[in-house]
Design a protein around this ligand. Structure first.
Ligand SMILES: Cc1cc2nc3c(=O)[nH]c(=O)nc-3n(C[C@H](O)[C@H](O)[C@H](O)COP(=O)(O)OP(=O)(O)OC[C@H]3O[C@@H](n4cnc5c(N)ncnc54)[C@H](O)[C@@H]3O)c2cc1C
Length: 403
């Protein structure tokens, strides 16, 4: 049984919690990074993580500033230079190209375990970050000057600030009594890594089908990651099909744009939901990442929002420390909440709008969305604005995301 004192205790070392630890590494603050599950640290060279994420240029800037990005690219990551979005119920389509925003790429597709490993490797080099894994937080008590965290192994940790980076089912959020809003979508995302006969040409694709969007994300060596949103029963049916039958259904859904689907590995389904916490801060507590907001994966923004949360919170804490302020005071933490609110709300609302627009089976809505896609494609300034937002390089950026 230990009894230890810290400045910051981060609960959850998923990509978002690990990003925060790295972003605070040079601050001199004494931190504990607590993770319940032992993360994958090695894997066979020819295996691929089923969980992949589209990482925006804004997030890449943060990861680059933390000295992590080079390591990610050295392991395995695939840039995409263009994106094609089209509607299955009409001829509306939109094409995005990195040249439209003078960027080298629209982003990279990265395996989650590769990114998490690179961050943890970085965090481990700092002696002011104590890595506590496997360890699970079971109770939290908020005091005036400190928060006390209890773990399943019977340890007690005290900190001036506790950060809940413990995902959509955040126990820290529940223990703090913070209410959530949102709903389940009755949809699941079916994911798989497949090999196709035609090359993806570094282009991501998204086809809006009546049951939900089907995204094709380019991976290295001619592979593509599929993220196929479907009504949950349909997703489970497709997951259970044998490889040949699944490949046929996928090819049809994709209008054979990448030719024959030649190889299908394992598949998994993730139920989808929308969730946001009523507050993301209170005295001695901040929530970041999915613990603060969980969004539909249709535009690949959830993790990118979380990485930006971590960058902003690190800046707020570092600035407060430089001014010798209490880093866990509500007045300090409110700056983080205010700063992130606009981006998180705007992104959440845009994703929900897209989900409803493309989920509607009403004929006038079909017409309007097809016309809207084609019109937006033709309006260069509007398209550029959308792209800069989606790339995470617009708005009030934290220092880590500035060039
Ligand atoms: C199918 C799918 C595709 C997606 N694609 C994209 C994409 O392309 N781009 C994108 O930006 N986003 C994407 N997302 C969203 C993205 O995956 C999430 O937003 C992101 O993983 C959230 O990261 P996190 O670190 O906040 O939470 P998590 O990854 O859930 O990490 C939380 C961590 O906390 C730990 N933990 C929990 N409770 C405790 C406890 N009591 N004590 C100690 N540790 C604890 C857990 O073990 C876990 O490691 C996708 C989501 C899905 C479902």
């Amino acid at each position: 049984m230990s009894n230890a004192e810290y400045d910051v205790v981060i609960v959850g070392a998923g990509i978002v919690g690990a990003t925060l630890a790295c972003a605070l590494a040079d601050s001199g603050l004494r931190m504990a990074l607590i993770e319940a599950r032992v993360p994958a640290r090695t894997w066979p060279a020819d295996s691929r993580d089923l969980r992949v994420s589209a990482i925006t240029p804004g997030s890449m800037r943060v990861l680059h500033a933390l000295g992590v990005w080079r390591n990610v690219v050295a392991q395995r990551a695939q840039p995409f230079h263009a994106m094609q979005v089209w509607d299955a119920t009409g001829d509306g389509a939109i094409h995005f190209d990195s040249a439209d925003i003078d960027a080298d790429s629209l982003g990279y597709i990265v395996e989650n375990r590769v990114l998490q490993h690179a961050l943890l490797e970085r965090a481990e080099r700092h002696t002011n970050i104590e890595w506590r894994c496997p360890e699970s937080v079971t109770a939290v008590e908020f005091g005036d000057a400190q928060t006390t965290v209890a773990t399943a192994a019977g340890h007690t940790l005290r900190a001036r600030l506790v950060v809940g980076a413990d995902g959509p089912d955040s126990g820290i959020r529940a223990l703090a009594g913070i209410a959530t809003h949102g709903w389940a979508y009755a949809q699941s995302a079916l994911v798989a890594n497949v090999k196709t006969a035609r090359p993806h040409q570094d282009t991501a694709g998204q086809r809006f089908l009546p049951g939900g969007p089907l995204a094709f994300l380019p991976l290295t060596d001619g592979y593509s990651a599929v993220v196929w949103t479907l009504p949950t029963a349909e997703a489970e049916r497709l997951r259970a099909l044998d490889e040949a039958a699944f490949a046929r259904e996928l090819e049809t859904a994709l209008e054979s744009r990448l030719g024959r689907v030649e190889q299908v590995g394992s598949r998994a389904c993730f139920p989808l939901r929308l969730l946001w916490a009523e507050h993301t801060v209170q005295a001695r507590l901040a929530l970041i990442g999915d613990a603060a907001h969980t969004v539909h994966p249709l535009a690949g923004q959830g993790l990118n929002l979380g990485i930006m949360d971590a960058a902003v919170l690190a800046e707020v804490i570092t600035d407060a420390r430089a001014r010798r302020k209490d880093i866990g005071a509500l007045s300090i933490l409110r700056r983080y909440e205010r700063w992130r609110k606009t981006d998180v709300l705007a992104t959440g609302a845009a994703l929900e709008g897209l989900h409803r627009l493309f989920g509607s089976s009403l004929a006038p809505v079909h017409w309007a969305r097809n016309a809207g896609l084609t019109l937006t494609d033709a309006l260069t300034p509007l398209k550029t604005l959308i792209m800069r937002h989606a790339a995470g390089v617009a708005g009030d950026l934290p220092r880590l995301a500035q060039l």
